[in-house]
Ligand binder design. Sequence first.
Ligand SMILES: Cc1cc2nc3c(=O)[nH]c(=O)nc-3n(C[C@H](O)[C@H](O)[C@H](O)COP(=O)(O)OP(=O)(O)OC[C@H]3O[C@@H](n4cnc5c(N)ncnc54)[C@H](O)[C@@H]3O)c2cc1C
Length: 406
Amino acid sequence: MIDFELSDEHRILEQTVRDWGAREVAPRIRDLDREHRFDRNVLPQMARLGLLGVSVPAQYGGAGMDYISLGVVSEELEYVDTSLRVIMSVHAGLNCLTLLTWGTEDQKQRYLVPQAQGQQIATYGLTEPSAGSDVRGIQTVAVKKGERYLLTGEKMWISLADVADNFLVFAWTDLEKKKQRDTSGLSAFIVERAFKGFSSGTLTHKWGILAGNTGFFKMDEVEVPAENLVGRPGEGFKIAMFALDQGRFTVAAGATGLIRACRDASVKYASERRAFGVEIAQHQLVKEMIAQMESDYQAARLLWLRSGWLKNRGRRNTRETGLAKWFATVASERAAGDAVQIHGANGYSDEYPVGRFYRNCKGAVIYEGTREIHKLMQADYVLGLRTDRPTRCELPPAGGSNDDPR
Ligand SMILES: Cc1cc2nc3c(=O)[nH]c(=O)nc-3n(C[C@H](O)[C@H](O)[C@H](O)COP(=O)(O)OP(=O)(O)OC[C@H]3O[C@@H](n4cnc5c(N)ncnc54)[C@H](O)[C@@H]3O)c2cc1C
């Protein structure tokens, strides 16, 4: 049976996040963006609303809601500003859900519980100065020494790098496989900011998501206890890709919220601004841009909802989530460009929000798989050149039981 209705629980969550964003963040976002300032105060507020562990089960400190809820939150947050949704992507999506799925009970107790409660903030460190799309090109190494690993390397373009307490880090544990670029030599670790040899900084030359924190971190023989290895040695690549299935879902839903924000700002402006004796909304070419935003919004929403529905049922969704992310982010770039166009010269200043939307949308066309990487993946699925193989650990279905009738 297909059901297109959100549940009452989803609707209440949607309205709660919408009200909070409009009340607490929207009035200040232009100034935060202008000042390139990440406001740490949003974190305890988001924690109080249960957003930082929204789809983590209650037994691990979360709100115990389903994955559609994670999408609902992401869409509403990015409607206000991309920087808010990025918190959900790296903390809740990429990190917490990975620990939930691949972490040991001890790791869940030590890291997932405080993270889901919002007492600790977490992020994901894969990208390095010399390697983004090409994961095999990373240089960070982890050398086993007794009951510890010594991690050395640098991660770049990391969201919340200068804010987070805990980092899911990917490094080569097999140096022979590193030479051969064999991904079965990669492993995943939980690294704490407090570990000796860890340092971080903020990227100050960034031109989008200015109210967010993006930075780098360096590890100089950081001693990581062996019990902080996530999964088994050599499972790092699988874990990195698994995490992206959850991160991309939040990016897809978030970009959908950005399209809606572009649509709403454009409708308002087009109904007020006059040219040639009528509101510009009367001009067909302006209508065309607004119609495109509406169709993109509706299609993007259906795509992330399908992906969330699959997650709720414990079904593999790498292909569907990738499509949702690719479609929504490219469409958000189109929507933001047209929203600026509809605002004319006013769109070219930060007096109106659409300029911020335009700067913010581009990041998501680059991170969590660039537009080109997603295009290639989707082509390969259709051509039969790519299939998703089962992994040792799969995201638990919503509510903890698999109700997939297949
Ligand atoms: C705001 C922001 C936040 C980020 N946050 C994080 C984070 O929290 N954690 C993290 O690990 N990373 C993060 N990233 C990094 C992001 O994931 C990478 O930038 C992304 O994976 C692309 O890598 P790259 O920048 O090295 O580009 P490259 O991989 O060097 O790609 C450059 C260009 O070449 C194209 N290209 C590359 N390979 C191919 C190919 N095979 N076929 C066709 N085209 C190709 C790409 O599509 C792109 O257009 C963030 C980036 C940004 C901008």
